[in-house]
Structures are given as structure tokens and as C-alpha cells.
Write a protein that binds this ligand. Structure first.
Ligand SMILES: NC(=O)c1ccc[n+]([C@@H]2O[C@H](COP(=O)([O-])OP(=O)(O)OC[C@H]3O[C@@H](n4cnc5c(N)ncnc54)[C@H](O)[C@@H]3O)[C@@H](O)[C@H]2O)c1
Length: 263
């Protein structure tokens, strides 16, 4: 893990912070001296994440927050500012990934995924930016997905939400760059978390075959990229969507014929 001395004392909100990528990011930030605010929906996993960081010598607090709820998101930002005197970093990891054929997808299923993945990202960005803009400092990393680049059967709602996050990131970047704020997103392919590793073994083998590096990514590898984008090492990078895919990049004629069903 790279060391970024400028992170010491910075306040970081991580939504979905008790999930795979979120928790790896929270740990990496805490190891760099940042003060971490974990927001998620599951209180037990929030408590476990906070305890894990504390036992490794880091500083963290947690709060139950549903990112779809504007009042809860506002309360999250207010609590972070009260505790840590500001909010410097926001990492939007909260997300869901459900498998539904498009022709059977109900409006409420479509809406739920869009609400959590896309509207949640919008709300968290807007409420944090209310603090970041006057402070003339802020770094935001959003979670898109390589599934949105490729297209992924059974995931029309997910792909729409993740491609929406790319557009949201670029548009907001245009409005906040003059305030010293950078906004980027990352597009992982398959990373080993409970979001992806619950499906059957045969499907996992099928996914693995198309990855040039021949393996799935680790949450810590996403955390490394996220930290780079939050750090001063990426000082001239904003409005970008960085793929982290083990080499899976361009759709070949052969793979284009296959049904893609990965996140
Ligand atoms: N794992 C992958 O292969 C992969 C690939 C591409 C993108 N992503 C994206 O990365 C992000 C993190 O995913 P992960 O792999 O760590 O999965 P994960 O399931 O381990 O983590 C997601 C977290 O989001 C939380 N969450 C769900 N709904 C929420 C809500 N309404 N409010 C607040 N929190 C909520 C969950 O409780 C969970 O802790 C997601 O946005 C996901 O779409 C993951």
C-alpha cells in the first residue's frame, strides 16, 4: 500500500463502508492517518468495520445511513463535520447488484437500483459539496462498473445506474473544478466481494476465462486506486472514469457474441 502523508487528519466519508471495496478503502485511509466515517445500512457490519479499524490503530466512526434518504444523508454529513470538523473525501461505494431479465424487470426493481446506485451518489455528492465548496477543498471518488462499458445481461438497471454515475461525475467536475475539488470514478470488473462471489461456481469460472490476468480483483486493489485518486499524486486528474479490470478492455468480435453477465 502506498503512503500518502497529506491524508493525515483528513475527514473521509465512505458510503457502503462496511462492504468489500468500501471497507478495504476505509482501512487504507485509516492506515494513512485519515479519520474515517463509515456509512452503511447494516448496523452489525458497521460496528465490526469500526472495531476493525480501531484495533488496527485507526480512527473511525460509523452510522446507519440509507443513501436514498435525503434527511439521512444530510445527517451523515452534519455528524461527520461535527466529529471531524469537515469533510475532505467522499467515496461512494454504496450499491446493489441484482439479477433480473430485462423483459421481466418490474418498475420497482428498476427504481430501487437507480435510487441506491445513482440517486444515492447524487445526494451524497451534493450534501458533501455544500461543505467542500466553501472549504475550497474536496476529493470525490464514485463507483461505476465495467459492466456498464461492456453491457451485462440481467443487469439493465445496474448498467444504467453505473453509466449514469460516469455522466454525473463528468458534469459535476465541470461545476466544481474552480473550487479546488476533484471528482473521479472507477469502473471495476469483477472484484472478490459478497456482491459477486455469491453466484454459482460455474458462472464464476466463465467470468474468469475472459480476464486476461486470469483472476478476479481484490478489494484492496480497488482501494489502492481509490486512494491514489484521493491523494495529491493524482493532482491533475479529474472527471475521469478509470477501469480496473485485470486487462479486460476492448470487446472482441468473439466475446461480443457471448452473453456477458458480470458486474
Ligand atoms: N465487486 C465487484 O465486482 C464490483 C464491480 C464493479 C462495481 N462495483 C461497485 O462497487 C461498489 C461496492 O461494491 P462491493 O463489491 O464492495 O459490494 P458489497 O456488497 O460488499 O458492498 C456494497 C455495500 O453497499 C451497502 N448498501 C447497499 N444499499 C445501501 C443503501 N441504500 N445505503 C447505504 N449503503 C447501502 C451494502 O450494505 C454493502 O455494505 C458498489 O457500488 C458496486 O456496484 C463492484
Amino acid at each position: 500500500m502506498a503512503h500518502y502523508p497529506e491524508m493525515k487528519g483528513r475527514a473521509a466519508i465512505i458510503t457502503g463502508g462496511s462492504g468489500g471495496i468500501g471497507m478495504a478503502t476505509a482501512h487504507a485511509l485509516a492506515q494513512n492517518g485519515a479519520r474515517v466515517f463509515i456509512a452503511d445500512v447494516d448496523q452489525d457490519s458497521i460496528d465490526a468495520a469500526v472495531a476493525g479499524i480501531a484495533s488496527a490503530g485507526g480512527e473511525a466512526v460509523g452510522r446507519r445511513v440509507d443513501v436514498r434518504d435525503e434527511a439521512q444523508v444530510q445527517a451523515m454529513v452534519d455528524a461527520c463535520v461535527k466529529r471531524f470538523s469537515g469533510v475532505d473525501y467522499l467515496v461512494n461505494c454504496a450499491g446493489v447488484f441484482k439479477h433480473v431479465p430485462f423483459m421481466r424487470m418490474r418498475l420497482d426493481e428498476w427504481q430501487e437500483t437507480l435510487d441506491i446506485n445513482l440517486t444515492g451518489t447524487f445526494l451524497c455528492m451534493q450534501k458533501c459539496l455544500e461543505r467542500m465548496i466553501p472549504a475550497k477543498y474536496g476529493r470525490i471518488v464514485n463507483l461505476s462498473s465495467h459492466a456498464a462499458v461492456r453491457g451485462s445481461a440481467l443487469h439493465a438497471h445496474y448498467c444504467a445506474s453505473k453509466e449514469g454515475i460516469v455522466g454525473l461525475t463528468r458534469a459535476v467536475m465541470r461545476e466544481v473544478s474552480e473550487h479546488g475539488i476533484r471528482v473521479n470514478c472507477i469502473a471495476p470488473d469483477i472484484i472478490k466481494t459478497r456482491l459477486t462471489m455469491t453466484r454459482d461456481e460455474q458462472r464464476q469460472k466463465q467470468w474468469q476465462k475472459r480476464i486476461p490476468m486470469g483472476r478476479f480483483g481484490e478489494p484492496s486493489e480497488c482501494a489502492d486506486l481509490i486512494l491514489y485518486l484521493l491523494s495529491d499524486a493524482s493532482s491533475y486528474i479529474t472527471g475521469q472514469n478509470i477501469w480496473i479490470t485485470g486487462g479486460d478492455a476492448v470487446k472482441t468480435a468473439k466475446s461480443a457474441k457471448q452473453k456477458e453477465t458480470a458486474p
